[in-house]
Design a binder for this molecule. Structure first.
Ligand code: ADP
Length: 603
C-alpha cells in the first residue's frame, strides 16, 4: 500500500480497485448474511428452555407432519429450520464459489496487467535516461531488474494479495462476532493481537531486506553470466574458465547465504505464530472456562467463540504465509522503483526541431568531466570550429578526448561549462530525433530494417541506394534472403568490413548534414579495407564530416586535422602543414600511432 501511495501511476489500476471493492463487498455481504441467519437461528446451545421452546412446540405439527411422525419420521418446526439452514448454506456455498472465482480472476488479472505495465514503464524510463545513468550500471544488472525483479514482484503479489486481504477481512469480521458474543472474550483476544502484529512487522522488515539483497546478487549473477557468455571466445583464449566458474560460485554462495537466512527467519516466524495461536487457544479456554463456571458465559457461547477463534487462527496462518512473500517482493522491487525514479540531471531533451542543417560545428571553451568520474577533467576549455562541408580528422594519443568530443556533439552528455553548438544552437536545445546517432551495432532484425533503423517511413529505394553508396549492395544481394536477411548478434555473422559498410549505409540513408565516423582499430583484410575506404569517400560528398582517424590515408584525405591531446586542441591545420610543423602530429605519424597499414576503419 505504501508503494501504491508512492507510485500510483504504476500500481493503481481500475482492476485493483475492482478487486478490492469486490472482496470487501463479498465479505461484508457474507457477514451480513451469516448475521441475519444467526439472528433467527435457535442455538442448540441456548441456555434456557424458553429459547428451546419454539422448536418443540406441538402447535407447529400439521396433520401431514403428524402422519410422518407416526411412521417414525420426525418432522416438526425444527425440521423446517434445519432445511432452511441447509438451503441457506447451499446458497452460501454457491455464492462463495462464484465470489471466489471472480475474486481470484480479478486479482490475477491485476497482477498480469501490473507485471506487464511495470516492465513497460521500467523499460521506457530506462530508455529515456541520460547516458551517465548507464555509465554507473551494468547491462546485466538492468536486464535482471527488468525480467527477474519484476517477475518476483508479480509472483509475490499474485496469490498473496487476495489471500492477504481475505484473511484480514475474515479476521476483522470474525472479531465482530466474538464482540457480539462476549465482550470479555473479545477484550482478551484484542490484547493478544498487537503482540503478534509487532512480531509480524519485524518479520516483514527482515524479509524485505532479504528480498533487496537477494535480487542484487541475482543482478550480479545475471551480469556475470551475460559477460561470460557474450565474451566466451576471450575467456577460452585466456583459459580463464575455471576462474570465472569460481567467481560465479562465490556469488551463488552469497545467494545461498540469503536463502539460509530466509529459511531461518521463515521457520522462526512460523513457529512463533504457532506459539501465539496455541497460547491464545489455551488462554481462551482457561478464561472462558472460568466464565462458564461462574455462569457469566454459556457453554455453547464458549464453544462458538472457540470455533470463531479457529477462523481467526486460520486467517493468521494465511496472513503469515503471504506476508513474508509479499515483503520479499516489495524488497525485490525496491531497486526497480529507485531506477525509475532517478531524475535526469539536465531536465530532459530540448525542443528545437530542424530539418536542414548547414553542418557548422563549434566547440566554445568546453570543459567536461564524466559524471561517473567528476574529478577527472577530460576536456579542458576546448575550442574549435568546423565549417559546413569540411572534412576534419580528429587525431591524438589514446585517452586524449576525441571520442568524448563526439559524444558531446551527439548530446550524450552536457559540458560542465562552455558550449557545443550545431549551426549556432547548443546541441542540447535540439530534440533527440533531430540529432541522429549512428551506432555500429547491428540489431537482430533484417538488414533492411538495420539500415533504416530509427526512420519512420523509409522506402526500399532509399535503403538500396544508401547500400550501393556504402558498397554494401552487392554482398547483401549475394545472400539468400537479400535485404530480408536477419543480422545481429545471433543472426548472421557478418565480417567486420561488412558490418562497417552496413553502418555507413545506415548513416547515409538519413542523408545527414554532419557525418560522424569513428575508425575502428581492428584489422581488416586489404580487400574489405579498400571497399570500406571507397564507401567512405562516397559518403563524404556534400556534408560536414568529423572522423576519429586511425589511418594515415584517412587523415591525408581530410581538409583539416585537429590534434586532440589532454582535453585540448594541441594542433590545428591541413595535414601537410602539420607534418611540416614537426609537432605532435608528425610525432604521432613517426611513432606509427596513425597507421599506414591495413588497420582500421569506420564503425
Ligand atoms: P580518445 O577517444 O581520445 O581515446 P576518450 O574521449 O575516449 O579518448 O577518453 C578520454 C578520457 O575520458 C579517458 O581518460 C577515459 O578514461 C575517460 N572516459 C571515456 N569514457 C568515459 C566514461 N564513459 N566514463 C568515465 N570516463 C570516461
Amino acid at each position: 500500500l505504501l508503494a501504491l501511495a508512492e507510485h500510483p501511476k504504476v500500481l493503481a489500476d481500475g482492476w485493483i480497485i475492482a478487486a478490492l471493492a469486490w472482496t470487501c463487498a463479498a465479505c461484508i455481504t457474507t457477514f451480513i448474511f451469516i448475521f441475519v441467519t444467526k439472528a433467527d437461528r435457535v442455538s442448540p446451545n441456548a441456555a434456557t428452555d424458553k429459547e428451546r421452546q419454539p422448536l418443540l412446540s406441538p402447535t407447529s405439527v400439521t396433520p401431514e407432519k403428524h402422519h410422518y411422525k407416526q411412521k417414525g419420521l420426525v418432522i416438526d418446526k425444527s425440521d423446517d429450520v434445519f432445511h432452511t439452514a441447509i438451503v441457506r448454506l447451499a446458497l452460501v456455498a454457491a455464492a462463495s464459489t462464484v465470489c471466489t472465482w471472480v475474486r481470484i480472476w480479478l486479482f490475477s488479472m491485476y497482477v498480469a496487467r501490473f507485471t506487464a505495465r511495470i516492465r513497460r514503464t521500467f523499460f521506457a524510463s530506462v530508455m529515456a535516461k541520460d547516458l551517465d545513468f548507464f555509465d554507473g550500471i551494468e547491462t546485466g544488472d538492468l536486464v535482471s531488474r527488468l525480467m527477474a525483479d519484476t517477475a518476483v514482484l508479480g509472483d509475490s503479489l499474485s496469490p498473496n494479495l487476495d489471500q492477504f486481504l481475505r484473511g484480514f477481512v475474515t479476521a476483522v469480521g470474525v472479531m465482530g462476532f466474538i464482540v457480539m458474543t462476549s465482550w470479555r472474550m473479545s477484550v482478551l483476544t484484542v490484547i493478544f493481537l498487537p503482540t503478534f502484529v509487532v512480531v509480524a512487522v519485524f518479520y516483514g522488515i527482515v524479509m524485505k531486506g532479504i528480498g533487496v539483497s537477494g535480487q542484487s546478487i541475482m543482478a550480479v549473477l545475471g551480469e556475470m553470466a551475460e559477460e561470460n557468455f557474450s565474451n566466451i571466445r576471450t575467456v577460452r583464449s585466456f583459459a580463464t574458465e575455471e576462474d570465472e566458474v569460481q567467481r560465479f560460485k562465490g556469488q551463488v554462495d552469497n545467494l545461498y547465504y540469503y536463502g539460509k537466512a530466509e529459511a531461518w527467519t521463515h521457520s522462526s516466524f512460523q513457529s512463533l505464530a504457532w506459539l501465539f495461536r496455541v497460547t491464545l487457544r489455551l488462554v481462551v479456554l482457561f478464561y472462558g472456562g472460568h466464565l462458564v463456571r461462574i455462569q457469566v458465559l454459556s457453554g455453547g457461547d464458549l464453544v462458538t467463540i472457540v470455533l470463531y477463534l479457529e477462523q481467526i487462527n486460520l486467517s493468521i496462518v494465511t496472513i503469515n504465509a503471504v506476508y513474508g512473500g509479499m515483503m520479499k517482493g516489495v524488497g525485490a522491487s525496491q531497486v526497480v522503483f529507485e531506477y525509475m525514479d532517478r531524475k535526469p540531471r539536465h531536465g530532459g531533451q530540448g525542443s528545437v526541431v530542424k530539418d536542414n542543417f548547414r553542418g557548422e560545428i563549434e566547440f566554445r571553451d568546453v570543459t567536461f568531466a564524466y559524471p561517473s568520474r567528476p574529478h577527472q577533467t577530460v576536456l579542458n576549455k576546448m575550442s574549435f570550429r568546423v565549417s559546413s562541408g569540411e572534412v576534419v580528422a580528429l587525431v591524438g594519443p589514446s585517452g586524449g578526448g576525441k571520442s568524448t568530443c563526439v559524444s558531446l556533439l551527439q548530446n550524450f552528455y552536457r559540458p560542465s561549462s562552455g558550449h557545443v553548438m550545431l549551426d549556432g544552437i547548443p546541441v542540447h536545445h535540439y530534440t533527440h530525433k533531430t540529432l541522429h546517432s549512428k551506432e555500429p551495432v547491428l540489431f537482430s532484425r533484417s538488414l533492411r530494417d538495420n539500415i533504416a533503423y530509427g526512420l519512420d517511413a523509409c522506402s526500399g529505394v532509399d535503403v538500396t541506394s544508401a547500400a550501393k553508396q556504402a558498397n554494401a549492395h552487392d554482398f547483401i544481394c549475394a545472400m539468400r534472403d537479400g535485404y530480408s536477411t536477419c543480422a545481429g548478434e545471433k543472426g548472421l555473422q557478418l565480417s567486420g568490413g561488412q558490418k562497417q559498410r552496413v553502418a555507413i549505409a545506415r548513416a547515409l540513408v538519413r542523408d545527414p548534414a554532419v557525418l560522424i565516423l569513428d575508425e575502428a582499430t581492428s584489422a581488416l583484410d586489404s580487400q574489405s579495407e579498400a571497399k570500406v575506404q571507397e564507401a567512405l569517400s562516397n559518403s563524404r560528398q556534400g556534408r560536414t564530416v568529423l572522423v576519429i582517424a586511425h589511418r594515415l590515408s584517412t587523415v591525408e584525405a581530410a581538409d583539416r586535422v585537429l590534434v586532440v591531446d589532454k582535453g585540448r586542441v594541441a594542433e590545428d591545420g591541413p595535414p601537410s602543414y602539420l607534418l611540416a610543423l614537426g609537432g605532435l602530429y608528425s610525432a604521432l605519424v613517426r611513432k606509427q600511432l596513425i597507421a599506414t597499414g591495413s588497420q582500421a576503419v569506420v564503425s
